[in-house]
Design a protein around this ligand. Sequence first.
Ligand code: CMC
Length: 427
Amino acid sequence: MSDKATLQYNGNSYDFPVIKGTENELAIDIKKLRASTGMITIDPGYKNTGSCESGITFLDGEKGILRYRGYSIEDLAEKADFLETAYLLIFGELPTEEQLSKFDQDIKEQSHVDEDVKKILDGFPKSAHPMGVLSSLTSALIAFNPAFVNVSSEEEMYNAIVRILAKFPVLVSWALRKNKGLPLDYGDNSLGYVENIVKMMFRRPNQEYQKNQIVIDALDKLLILHADHEQNCSTSTVRIVGSSHAGLFASLSAGISALWGPLHGGANQAVLEMLEAIEADGGDTKKYMAKAKDKNDPFRLMGFGHRVYKNFDPRARIIKKAADEVLNDLGVVDPILDIAKGLEKEALEDQYFVDRKLYPNVDFYSGIIYRAMGIPTEMFTVMFALGRLPGWIAQWREMRLNNEPIGRPRQVYTGANLRPFVDLGNR
Ligand code: CMC
């Protein structure tokens, strides 16, 4: 096989190196394209564009494979916990017992958030969407931790990473508690990372916190499944913002905003809202299937389809099983779930969905579990952000350590040609 690709244009021929990833993915290296041909490529939505070489996550959308640092998502969801997975993603190897215990301890030591951050939170209306609150508070953390992080110092990098992993769950719980009108709470450092999150979110001021292992285990698994997904919209945002050498917290805040959209992380909230709307409209799933297929109707079946998975979403398979277990264990009976199951069955058998390879994605099931756990719908995307945090950090770290250039795509201009200025009175 040739290790170069040849482009022919206007009687000229140009060679470009072909590079191969460790899983044999091929890419044409066009770094010198513009310099040698004067042309650029155009690829809206970057469907054919690799923005970087990365050693963090491998996914094969055709085969339904997802691996973090070489470990299968199935193994990690079954055998690892979220903190171990975070360490693996960020630092490249599974931690030893000693490394994990130090990591956990270091995070605990940073798990306070400045009391003044509460004043910022006070400024938000109670109705504010928690994703907006989370993005703003993450950005505000910069003001409380203004030190410039020297990325060539492993220690400074480690400290910044530990700091955000420690403070982010507090912000998440505050976003929820603000929304629910509950007093703001600090964590309990005697607990594990995920249990502490659950307690911070659900603890009532006037009653003893009741530990629910089913909820803790399910959340741990969900966070692992969401922890990274290579160069998706929010991760690419984190990398591109960080490529201007904006700091970690600023890059993460931008990533949170990108995740908020209903075509990305916001889909889990959109799924539940869609199911509720179908229920309110009499529960006729066939009517909504028809709407989803009607090209004159903007309605899409939320929670179906994926940019990369064109076979099945491996996370969805794990999460579907977890959803069944959680609902069973918690004894949840919910008409919304019947609608979800009906839609899933119809879509999997429908030619339109089969032809376009539209399968239920991770967000179709995650919303269902979150609902069963008692997490309010508008918090679903925040839970996604909590899970994605280690992935964003890992990708930011890799990008900075590789000293990647500032992200700056080009364009093909299609606007007006030079024209004379027309004075206001003559327009
Ligand atoms: N319902 C109905 N039709 C759909 C859907 C859907 N959910 N998704 C794609 N299609 C159709 C689309 O209309 C198009 O049809 P045609 O070829 O006839 O024009 C075809 O399938 C291909 O769609 P596309 O928009 O070109 O595909 P894409 O890869 O650009 O978009 C997607 C992927 C996830 C944005 C899209 O499938 C979608 O909008 N899904 C619903 C939102 C959703 O669940 N998002 C969560 C994604 S998973 C979580 C994450 O990683 O963020």
